[in-house]
Unconditional design. Sequence first.
Length: 197
Amino acid sequence: MAVNRVPVLKRCRSLGLDPVYLGIDKKSSRELKRANRKVSEYGTQLREKQKAKFIYGVLEKPFRNYYTKAKKMNGMVGENLMILLEARLDNVLFRAGFGRTRQETRQIVDHKHVLVNGKRVNIPSYSIKAGDVITIAEKHRDSQRYKDIFETTGGRLVPEWLDADAETFTITVKQLPTRAMIDVPVNEMLIVELYSK
């Protein structure tokens, strides 16, 4: 599997992204030395796509597949794309505070700690639907890892479309999010323009 090995804070600097959106509360003290060059229209569109891919941890081919799926759905393509990305299982766990970063929740899913509606799921890109109940498997609940996670993410605000209970290790998906509920600094219209060329 392809892995992006560029340091996270360096990538955040180059994309002009706050690391908080990745669940990282560090700030880079370095300033990005960028020449005052005019960025082309294509350059700004590409940057928005790279930002979305980086935030959700999706590579190019799956991202294009999400775009194709979003085009087939009813409504605005850009909004559909953001909703599909937000409904990934690893992202839902991150949003509910069951992991400090999306990479950590991806690993939790990979290690078969997660049950969706009582069935074990080990696919981080699994699409969640409204009404789904996500739980952490019984045998993993008393591990030190989750105590540390909940200690760190205890103050994190859970989005209104999710209902998370850290005591019972349960997340209920009340509804799929609308674009207004997704607080990611990405202009999805630029991504649509880029792909529709």
